[in-house]
Design a protein around this ligand. Sequence first.
Ligand code: FAD
Length: 591
Amino acid sequence: MQYQAPLNDIKFVLFDVLEGTKLQDLEKYAEATPDLIAAVLEEAGKLAAEVLQPCNKAGDQEGCSYDPETHEVTTPTGFKEAYRQFTEAGWASLDAPVDFGGQGLPHTLKLIVDEMVCSANLSLGMYPGLTHGSISALYAHGSPELQQTYLGKLVSGEWTGTMCLTEPHCGTDLGLIRTKATPLDDGSYELEGTKIWITGGEHDLVDNIVHLVLAKLPGAPDSTKGISLFVVPKFLPDSGERNPVFCGGLEHKMGIKGSATAVMNFEKARGWLVGEPNDGMRSMFTMMNEARLMVGMQGMGVAEMAYQESLAFAMERLQGRSLSGPKNADGPADPIIVHPDVRRMLMRQKALNEGMRALALFIGTQLDLSVAHPEDDVREAADDIVQLLTPVVKSFLTDEGFNNANVGLQVLGGSGFTTDWPLEQLVRDSRITRIYEGTNGIQAMDLVGRKLALKGGRLIGRLFDLLNGYLTENPAAPHHDPLAAAVKALEEGTGWIATNGMQDPEEAGAAATPYLRLTALTVIAWLWSRMAAEAKRQLDAGEGNTPLLQAKLVSAQFYFDKILPEAGCLLADLRSGKASVMGLEDDQWVA
Ligand SMILES: Cc1cc2nc3c(=O)[nH]c(=O)nc-3n(C[C@H](O)[C@H](O)[C@H](O)COP(=O)(O)OP(=O)(O)OC[C@H]3O[C@@H](n4cnc5c(N)ncnc54)[C@H](O)[C@@H]3O)c2cc1C
C-alpha cells in the first residue's frame, strides 16, 4: 500500500497539544508559521510516498553491491534518482544553518520529516541522516576554514557525510580505538587504520564523501580522553585528488540492505582536526546526540508504516465470525478486525505510535526552545529535558518500533511472514535501530549512570516539576490518578537507584533498562493525558476533527488500561535488585 503521512495526528499534537504554534514567536523561527509547517509536512508526506517508498523494496531485494577492483559501491535501483529528488527539493537542508545554505527551520519539523522518510524507506534515509550529524559536528566544532570547505556541500546534499567510530575490536568501548593520526608539517594529519560498519562509507549517490573519523594522536592517553576527531574527505576539495581511504567490502546484513555498511581502510589518508586535540568525544557527542534522536525517529517511522499495513490488511482479510454476531453477513466471513485479539494488536500499535509521536514532538519543541528562546533559564530548562530524554527517545521508540513491526506481522498471519508483504522487511529493517548509535542497553546506562546525577540531579528534577506541576494544576485531568501513580513509581524508582546505585554501581546497571522503560511509559502517559484533555475540550466545543478526537479518547483509555500497568512491574523489577542478575558463578551458566 502507499504510505500516508499521519498529518492530522501530527498537526493535532503539534499545534493543539504542544507549543508548536509558538515556534514562530521565536525570532529564529519567525517564518515557521503553522501554515508553513503544515505545507512542509504535506509536501514531505508526498515525497515519502511518491519518491522514497517506490524504491524501498528494490533496496531490500538488490541491496548494495561492491566492486573489489575499484572499491566502489553501487546502490540499489532507484536510490540515486530518489536521493537526487530529495536533495534538489531541499529536504536535506531543512533545519540546517542558514549561513551555509540551510533553511534554518525548526528541528521539530526535521524530526517529523525523519519519521516520514523512515516509514517510506529507512535505508535511503540513512544517507542524508548521517550527513546531518556531520553538519552539526562541523558547525559546532570545526574551524572557519573547515566549515567553509565542507558545510555548503553537505548542507545541499551534494556531498554526504559519515561517522567513523567503530573498529573491529571495539564498538561500545571507544577508548580502545587504534586508528592513528600523525601530524604533517602543513598542519594536516595522516590517518591509518580500519573502521567497520560505516554507514554510507562508500556509495554512488554523490561525488564526494566526507568522513568524520575518531583517531588517536601520538602519545594520546589510552582511553576516551585520548580520542580526537578528524575530517577525511574521499576526494580532497582543493585539488580533487583521491584520498587513500578505500572501502574494503560491504556487510551482508539482516536488514536495511539498501544502506551501504562499509569496511573503511584509511591508508595514510589526509585529514584535518575538528575541535581540540583529545577532545574528539565531545565533538562526536554533538553528532551522536542528534543521531540518537534520528534513530528514535527510525523506530517511529517503521512503527507507523507497520500500523498502516496491518490495519489495511485487517480490514480486508476475511476469517471467522465476530463473537457478537456476523458483521459481514453477505460475505463468507467477517474481516479479522472484528476479533478482539486482532483489535488488541492494532490498538497497541495505535496507542503506542501516537504516544511515541507525541514524545518525539515534545522533544523536538524542547530542542527548538533550547537553541532559540531568548531567555537563558528557558533555554537551560529545555536543554535539560532534551539531554535527559534523548536516550529514552532513542531506546523506547526503537524498541517499540521493532515490537510494533512484529505485532503488525502477527496481524497478517502467514502472509506477514512472506516477502509478498512488507511486514517482514519492516521487522528486519528495524532490528538494527536498537543496536547502532549506542545499543539500547547503553542508552539505559547513559540515563541511569550519567543523566540522573548530572548537575546534582537537576535534569530529572525538571521532569518531575513538569509532571507534578501538571497533576497539581489539573486535578480533573483525564486519567489523573493512574498518571499520578506512574509518576510516584518513577519517583520511587529514581530514589531507589540514587540510594542503591550509589553504594553499588552494579545495582544501577541491573536497574537501568527497566528504569528507562518506566520513564518512557510515564512521560508518554503524561502526554496521553494532555492529548485526551485537548480532545475532550475540542469535542465539547464542537471544534476539530471529530473521528480523530473520539479515537484519541479511546486510545488514551487503551494506553492507561492496557499499557501503563506495566509501570508497576518495572518498578518491582528494578527494586528487586541485582541479586538474580549477578548471582550465577562462572561454572553455573551451563551446569
Ligand atoms: C548496520 C550497522 C550500521 C552501523 N553504522 C555505524 C556507523 O555509521 N559508524 C560507526 O562508527 N558504527 C556503526 N555501527 C556500529 C554500531 O554503532 C555498533 O555495532 C554498536 O555501537 C555496538 O557496538 P558492538 O557491535 O561492537 O557491540 P559491543 O560493544 O561488543 O557490545 C555487545 C553487547 O554488550 C553490551 N555492552 C557492551 N559494553 C557494555 C557496558 N559497558 N555496559 C553494558 N552493556 C554493554 C552491548 O549493549 C551489546 O548488547 C553500525 C553497525 C551496524 C550493524
